[in-house]
Design a protein around this ligand. Structure first.
Ligand code: ATP
Ligand code: MG
Length: 472
């Protein structure tokens, strides 16, 4: 089959083909670029394999481009890359790989195109387009990858057990591609993932996190999350989430499956926001439920304080998966606050309760509301509508109070420094007590949010603690 070369790629393909011809290196476009183009998905990475030196080819290509591109050489890997327009082009010599059992880093030697295709993870990722005079533009497809693209099938080119035990990261890649592309993993391939799931242990946490993030960034992350669960991989990479799986029943009363619920919440959220960290908050919002589950004879199943317990579990998960520290506080905050808005929709509530959540959530209040709206997973459309309307009303109320009181980025008017200076006392528990009492009085609406009233309140609270201003 001949690949339909697009106008925007014709020029660069020809430049590479000519440079390859001059050097006498048979050269091909391979991997993700070919797959994504055939699926009409956008692709910014162009991978070029040549039978010869990838570095030499990259240099020659760079010299024939106008304007000339700068080549970045990765000597250790024998690869070189250059940027051309919005394409990141990587050049590598065709290679043959052999693996040892304790590492996913293979021994590498040069090889033929077919050796290079053999080492690829899935048939749909092993397609190559020739850039050579003899068969320019033809697709080289030794494993029927085209057929699998058509059938939307993820299947390994060689025996799947070997593919996965050689490089267990491929198990996560299979699930990620299935989620991203809406493909099915071939049953034999999937069985091999189940069989080799324990091998995931040799993969670095950074790489695990990269694949998890890619799953979370798809339109329906639940697909990948369920495959992680079914394959048993979830227990190795996010055991806290795997622990939410299952339903228990007592006296005919069941609780919902909190893993399935979570996957729905993440999908709902994916419909509302592209933000990766808000999606992480959705993934972890109920993470405290396994530890807090109780049966109470009058109330039935309860998960008291699962929000606070969950909040405390987030740091360990972030540390393990090497997720960025600067997102940790944000995710923790949303997990910790996710139960609060619902309680504000249930009855007639005071302005002060609304003020308090505005203060506690600060600039993340909209994200918190988006998380809560996504947390509605009832199957009854009337209920869903009613709950969403309740949140809509709460949002309106928040807007009104925010307009009046500006609590989003509010700093209480009385600082610790001011307290220490006024009373000439060192940092101590009392300073905190006074500061908190003033802040609470404002949030409760007992005193206006103004400096003179706050200052007076500070004096009153201090007097109760037998602390008096220092006259200078
Ligand atoms: P994406 O860029 O969306 O992550 P991709 O398939 O292009 O998807 P890359 O990591 O860019 O993935 O790798 C490019 C190509 O290299 C793949 O299409 C595949 O042929 C090969 N490849 C990448 N990782 C592996 C792996 N772990 N095992 C075998 N082949 C791999
Ligand atoms: Mg790629």
């Amino acid at each position: 089959m001949i690949f339909q070369i697009r106008d925007d790629e014709r020029k660069i393909f020809e430049v590479i083909g000519r440079a390859a011809g001059d050097l006498g290196f048979p050269t091909y476009v391979v991997g993700g670029y070919v797959r994504d183009r055939l699926l009409a998905r956008p692709s910014k990475d162009l991978d070029i394999v040549c039978v010869g030196s990838g570095i030499e080819l990259a240099k020659r290509v760079a010299n024939s481009l106008h304007p000339r591109s700068r080549v970045t050489v990765y000597k250790r890997f024998g690869t070189a890359a250059l940027k051309h327009r919005d394409l990141e082009i990587e050049f590598v010599g065709a290679r043959k790989e052999s693996y040892r059992s304790d590492s996913r880093k293979p021994t590498v030697e040069s090889g033929s195109l077919s050796d290079d295709q053999n080492r690829r993870d899935f048939t749909i990722n092993a397609l190559a387009i020739s850039l050579n005079d003899r068969d320019y533009g033809s697709i080289i497809d030794p494993f029927n990858g085209l057929e699998d693209l058509e059938a939307k099938r993820i299947v390994t080119p060689l025996e799947p057990g070997k593919t996965f035990s050689d490089d267990p990261l491929r198990m996560l890649r299979a699930i990620r591609f299935a989620t991203q592309l809406g493909f099915r993993i071939d049953p034999v391939t999937f069985q091999a993932i189940k069989d080799h799931r324990e091998r995931i242990k040799i993969i670095s946490w950074e790489r695990v996190a990269t694949e998890l993030n890619k799953i979370l960034l798809t339109a329906t992350p639940s697909v990948g999350l369920r495959l992680l669960d079914e394959s048993g991989l979830l227990g190795y990479i996010l055991p806290e989430l795997a622990a939410l799986r299952g339903v228990e029943s007592r006296n005919g009363r069941k609780h919902k499956d909190n893993f399935i619920h979570t996957t729905k919440v993440v999908d709902n959220l994916a419909d509302r926001s592209p933000d990766l960290w808000l999606r992480w908050a959705a993934l972890l919002h109920d993470i405290g439920k396994a530890k807090t589950k109780r049966w109470e004879s009058d109330a039935g199943w309860t998960f008291h304080a699962h929000d606070a317990v969950g909040e405390r579990m987030v740091p360990k998960i972030f540390r393990r998966l090497r997720l960025p520290n600067d997102k940790l506080k944000y995710v923790q905050k949303l997990v910790g606050l996710h139960q609060r808005p619902i309680s504000l929709t249930q009855e007639e509530i005071s302005d002060s309760a609304v003020r308090r959540i505005l203060f506690d959530a600060g600039e993340d209040i909209d994200d918190l509301m988006t998380l809560c709206e996504s947390d509605i997973t009832s199957k009854n459309p009337h209920k869903v509508r009613r709950y969403l309307e309740n949140y809509g009303r709460l949002r309106e109320r928040m807007r009104e109070i925010e307009e009046k009181d500006h609590l989003r980025n509010w700093q209480p008017p009385i600082s610790g420094e001011l307290i220490m200076e006024t009373f000439n006392i060192p940092p101590s528990r009392q300073v905190g007590q006074i500061k908190d009492a003033v802040r609470e009085a404002i949030l409760d609406g007992d005193i206006p949010n103004e400096y003179p009233a706050a200052f007076q309140k500070m004096l009153d609270v201090a007097a109760e603690l037998a602390i008096h201003p220092q006259v200078k």
